[in-house]
Design a protein around this ligand. Sequence first.
Ligand code: S3P
Length: 178
Amino acid sequence: MAFSRLLLVGFMGSGKSTVGRAVALELGWRFLDFDDAIEEDFGASVAEIFHQVGEARFRELENRTAETFLNEDGVVLASGGGWAAWPGRVGAVPLGTATVWLSVSADEAVRRTLAQPGQRPLLEGRDPRGAARKLIQERAPFYAAAKWRVDTEGLTVEDVSARILRILAAEHTEIEPE
Ligand code: S3P
């Protein structure tokens, strides 16, 4: 079937935002990032939101954002790493949504996220690698509900984007000219 939106799920540091932006550019679609939208609406960074109102409230804001974005057409959506990790979420996306899990190892996720310190409250403890391992193990079965999986280990943003574009092209998704 042809798709009118692409949803990227996966752990922190899997490249959802970077790859999402690149794919959107290629498709001539809009790029929407859950975390960016929440930060803009709330007027604070994700780390500050966690600190000020707690993770549970952040999760509510995140899901509200998801519901809005999943109704848009011609969009590439980068979810936050925790959004998909709830029973039934990925399976319940509207028709016409291509779902792709960008997988990454805990070591690589920590390596990539350490390059942007202070932005990932769930990996700010004393043992980020242990925390990443535990979360990835818990979440993998939920991420796996995505229709496709692209393992990003050792791949560049261009490689991952090209794989996603090939998946969409094989599904006859219209790529609008620039
Ligand atoms: C989170 C992932 C983050 C952000 C928040 C919580 C998670 O988004 O939403 O720090 O629970 O995995 P990214 O996956 O874009 O880093």
